[in-house]
Design a protein. Structure first.
Length: 373
């Protein structure tokens, strides 16, 4: 995000906040108050949907505006490399990002360089934070080791880094790869496809966040990489990839987080992903939102399954997670089309919410040969 985009976002949020205040008739309101506003005006619906998404991601407008103020100060004093076509951030390490065979770069230091580098810490806590120390949160799984691999810089990731990161994880013993990243354009997608095939050949599960644009990934105009099909809405070429959408905390028609991408063909399951409390650098905790928070919940369930039934294959674990989830007998309202409620079956492949208890029951039946998948 550049300086102009930050300033535009601040203006848009302020306008949306003012609109909500006027419609509600009060200066302060809770996120759930927005859903009580009834309007047939399409522009108003878009404004309220945008505001709901912002609140789901940040928890409060004050928090997001403080972050944007800090970002504005930063970009006001630093060179805007994102728009500098002459800037080559890979030159200092001697790397050509478009040569897959040039991989003598990087280092073995998993620690953060600055406090803002916290995304991986938050994700890791959701998967495996200590369940017995009475501090912060309890991770989904209690018998995991975390391999820290940084493949995403400040901005969109290079396909080369993702492909080599997947291969590194596989070659060094990972059973599950949690992928909390994504983008709409992938110039060297074949490298990532080959890495996913390599992971599948080694029986490694790849859990991928669906993305936070509130879009239908089945729409050809909304591609999302990496994915498990080489053509939009094509056949899956691997059986070890599971894509996860995000849920909010409110059961009912607004249970799908307004920022979450969805798709009957391209999103497999949904899991909690709004305002999730987890670990942060410096022994701190913080609430964060995104499909990046939903994916590790599923990765944790996969780890839980393999803890008890290690002989199951990655393909079996994927099917167990999808088939054992909870069905929801309600229609949900999506930010992109609030006037047309849909079922989870219409916006995801399984039509279900991931459930660890049910997953372990089904895993036991599969492991004992009572159920075949």
């Amino acid at each position: 995000m550049n300086l102009a985009q930050i300033q535009e976002l601040k203006t848009t949020i302020s306008f949306a906040d003012f609109t909500a205040q006027q419609l509600l008739g009060k200066p302060a309101y809770e996120p759930e108050d927005l859903w009580t506003i009834k309007s047939d005006n399409e522009e108003t619906q878009e404004v309220l949907g945008f505001l709901s998404s912002i609140l789901a991601m940040s928890g409060s407008l004050d928090a997001i505006m403080e972050d944007l103020d800090e970002a504005e100060k930063y970009y006001g004093t630093k060179a805007n490399y994102h728009l500098n076509m002459e800037f080559d951030g890979r030159k200092p390490v001697g790397d050509n990002p478009y040569d897959l065979n040039d991989f003598q770069y990087g280092n073995g230091n998993p620690n953060i360089l600055v406090k803002d580098e916290s995304h991986g810490t938050h994700v890791a806590g959701i998967i495996g934070a200590d369940r017995n120390n009475g501090i912060g949160i309890r991770g989904v799984a209690n018998n995991v080791s975390i391999m820290s691999i940084r493949a995403v810089p400040d901005g969109d990731e290079y396909d080369k880094d993702i492909a080599l990161g997947i291969r590194y994880a596989v070659d060094n013993g990972a059973r599950i790869i949690n992928a909390s990243f994504g983008k709409a354009f992938s110039p060297n997608a074949e490298w990532v496809y080959e890495a996913l095939e390599y992971a599948a050949s080694k029986d490694v599960l790849f859990v991928h966040a669906a993305g936070n644009d509130g879009l239908d990934l089945d729409d050809p105009d909304n591609p999302n990489f990496p994915n498990d099909h080489k053509f939009q809405n094509g056949q899956e070429f691997v059986n070890n990839v599971i894509t996860v959408g995000a849920l909010g905390s409110q059961y009912g028609p607004y249970m799908v987080a307004p920022f979450s991408n969805y798709g009957a063909k391209n999103v497999d399951v949904f899991a909690p992903g709004a305002q999730i409390n987890s670990t942060m650098p410096g022994n701190e905790y913080e609430f964060q939102s995104g499909t990046s928070m939903a994916a590790p919940a599923v990765a944790g369930v996969a780890a839980l399954i393999w803890t008890y039934y290690p002989k199951l294959t990655a393909a079996q674990v994927k099917k167990i997670i999808m088939e054992s989830g909870l069905e929801v007998p309600v229609q949900v309202i999506l930010r992109s089309n609030p006037s047309q409620p849909l079922t989870l079956q219409e916006i995801s492949k399984s039509g279900k919410i991931v459930n660890a208890y049910n997953a372990l029951i089904l895993a036991r039946q599969v492991a004992k040969g009572k159920v075949k998948l």
